[in-house]
Design a protein around this ligand. Structure first.
Ligand code: FMN
Length: 362
């Protein structure tokens, strides 16, 4: 079995190691959703990751409902991201953009009018807005022409990602956002060719992948899922057949890599995992599989040894350990992160976690 420190090819990407930085929303881009120098510093500090997957990035104003998260629908955002990708490349790293449409999880205060989803549903719990938490509002079911328009928005954002210097994109298919709202039977109640059977529920994801692959080359495209947890009101009554069929579809589409947030214990948001789907997906999919959730160095090595994962992605450990790769290599302890600054908007708790050498000298 390959070790975490062997190179890995993900389509056109050549990773020097298999420790990947998972996408992490950090809310530092301001109301205009434009990346800035502070974000460039943060990502460059983490450039020793085999690959950085950017924080979720809105493909359109309609699709972005998280305060101060970045976007990729206008030229100012492209210019802002160029600074980030340039800093990461200069530091020797690689970075892909996670492309995000939040669907029914966009509150009208942030998006554009009534939110849109696969079906007319309302997400549970509360949306973050600039005026604090507010209940979600009911989404309307996307018409077929709206589906075509949204797929066009993914394509525009993917092209802009390449123009901004990203090494590729990852479609956000996880955590109860729009792609997941089409995939799962707890959120998709459509009776047309986008709902009902597994084949139909895979259609929106497939069309997004095909269109983005046609635009920038499928060898530069990956996708993320969260198959075995309830997330923001979205889950599936029978995830294993769904994700087995999905694996076969990704094989047909020649998607080179996927990332699974496949929890093996209750998540930070309290979701209790069901059975993992990666054992059912592995024989049907010859692309690379990154596994995520709750790993540290030793447990990541154990997971790699089981032969399903080609790499491991780490989320929270990268927040507080910019030199995570080095720490895993030497078996150094990991610093804990401060949750109160995860989304707090400024430099504190963002770019001030020291690497090991500085921490030891302090
Ligand atoms: C602060 C924070 C922000 C996150 N933002 C995103 C995101 O933008 N996109 C995404 O797919 N997952 C996001 N996640 C989920 C993480 O990528 C990851 O799946 C989760 O933290 C579990 O992995 P870990 O145990 O290594 O942290 C976020 C998690 C945290 C804690």
């Amino acid at each position: 079995m390959p070790s975490l420190f062997e190179p890995l090819e993900l389509g056109t990407l050549e990773l020097p190691n298999r420790i990947v930085m998972a996408p992490l929303t950090r809310s530092r881009a301001g109301r205009e959703a434009v990346p800035n120098d502070l974000m460039a510093t943060y990502y460059a500090q983490r450039a020793s990751a085999g690959l950085i997957i950017s924080e979720a990035t809105g493909i359109s104003r309609e699709g972005l409902g998280w305060p101060d998260a970045p976007g990729l629908w206008n030229n100012a955002q492209v210019e802002g991201w160029k600074v980030v990708t340039g800093a990461v490349h200069k530091a020797g790293g690689r970075i892909v953009a996670q492309l995000w449409h939040m669907g029914r999880l966009v509150h009208p205060d942030l998006g554009r009018g009534q939110p849109i989803s696969s079906s007319a549903t309302t997400a549970p719990d509360f949306a973050r807005t600039y005026e604090g938490k507010k209940p979600y509002v009911e989404a309307h079911a996307a018409s077929k022409s709206e589906i075509r328009r949204i797929i066009g928005d993914y394509v525009c954002a993917a092209r802009k990602a390449i123009a901004a210097g990203f090494d590729g994109v990852q479609i956000h298919g996880a955590n109860g956002y729009l792609v997941d709202q089409f995939l799962r039977d707890s959120a998709n109640f459509r009776t047309d060719e986008y709902g009902g059977s597994i084949e139909n529920r895979l259609r929106f994801m497939s069309e997004v992948l095909e269109a983005v692959g046609d635009a920038i080359g499928m060898e530069r495209v990956g996708i993320r899922f969260s198959p075995n947890i309830y997330s923001q009101g979205v889950e599936d009554s029978d995830p294993i057949p769904l994700f087995a069929a999905l694996a076969a579809r990704l094989e047909e589409l020649k998607v080179p890599w996927i990332e699974l947030r496949e929890a093996h214990r209750p998540t930070s948001a309290g979701a209790i995992p069901t059975a993992p789907v990666s054992p059912a997906m592995r024989p049907l999919y010859s692309g690379k599989i990154l596994l995520n959730s709750d790993y540290d160095g030793p447990s990541a090595r154990e997971r790699m040894a089981e032969g399903i994962a080609d790499g491991i992605s780490f989320g929270r450990p990268f927040i507080s350990n910019p030199d995570l790769v080095h720490r895993v290599a030497v078996g150094a302890p990991l610093s804990p992160g401060d949750e109160s600054t995860f989304y707090s908007g400024d430099a504190a708790g963002y770019v001030d976690y020291p690497p090991l050498d500085e921490a030891a000298a302090a």
